[in-house]
Design a protein around this ligand. Structure first.
Ligand code: CDP
Ligand code: ZN
Length: 168
């Protein structure tokens, strides 16, 4: 088993839709970014990539690449999920904290978990999502941006384990 950590921040601006975990969230501001700015997905991707000892999301999807401008972050997560399988791992569980003064995350918790479980092909019960304010302090407190912390646990799939041990 191996654990990974991910962190991401995007600025909140007017005139953009807010996406977190591939789910649209009602808000007067959205996250700025080369992609749709879905910092929940980005942090989860980096946690997974770290767990399987790969480079980070910016390496695979650089923001200098015009061909992926406005890319849906769900696509990024799908390709990270594929890489996990290719390297002989499976995701055990994911946990994340969304640091945002507003909007409230808990009404969307189940929807986000459902969406992520579909994309990653894991049980809803293997995903934790929670919102947290910084009590008005700092850039998140001033609603200038949203930060996300995520961890991912992965394990070698039984097939590979059998290969390694000769099937013991
Ligand atoms: O009370 P405490 O400082 O621990 O937490 P808080 O940041 O004031 O948030 C209170 C509750 O609101 C938490 O239990 C979160 O579940 C929820 N929350 C949320 O759903 N979405 C946010 N963006 C912030 C907090
Ligand atoms: Zn990002």
């Amino acid at each position: 088993m191996r654990v990974g950590i991910g962190y991401d921040v995007h600025a909140l601006v007017k005139g953009r839709k807010l996406f977190l975990g591939g789910v649209e969230i009602q808000s007067d501001k959205g996250l700025l970014g080369h992609s749709d700015g879905d910092c929940l997905i980005h942090a989860i991707c980096d946690a997974i990539l770290g767990a399987i000892s790969e480079y980070d999301i910016g390496h695979f999807f650089p923001d200098t690449d015009q061909s992926i401008k406005d890319i849906n972050s769900v696509e990024i997560l799908r390709s990270v999920s594929d890489l996990v399988g290719k390297k002989g791992y499976k995701i055990v569980n994911i946990d994340a904290v969304i640091v945002a003064e507003t909007p409230k995350i808990y009404p969307y918790r189940e929807k986000i978990k459902e969406r992520l479980s579909e994309i990653l092909g894991i049980e809803k019960d293997s995903i934790g999502i929670k919102g947290k304010t910084t009590e008005g302090l700092g850039f998140t407190g001033r609603k200038e941006g949203i930060a996300v912390y995520a961890v991912a646990l992965v394990e070698k799939t039984p097939g590979d384990w059998q290969e390694l041990t000769g099937g013991i």
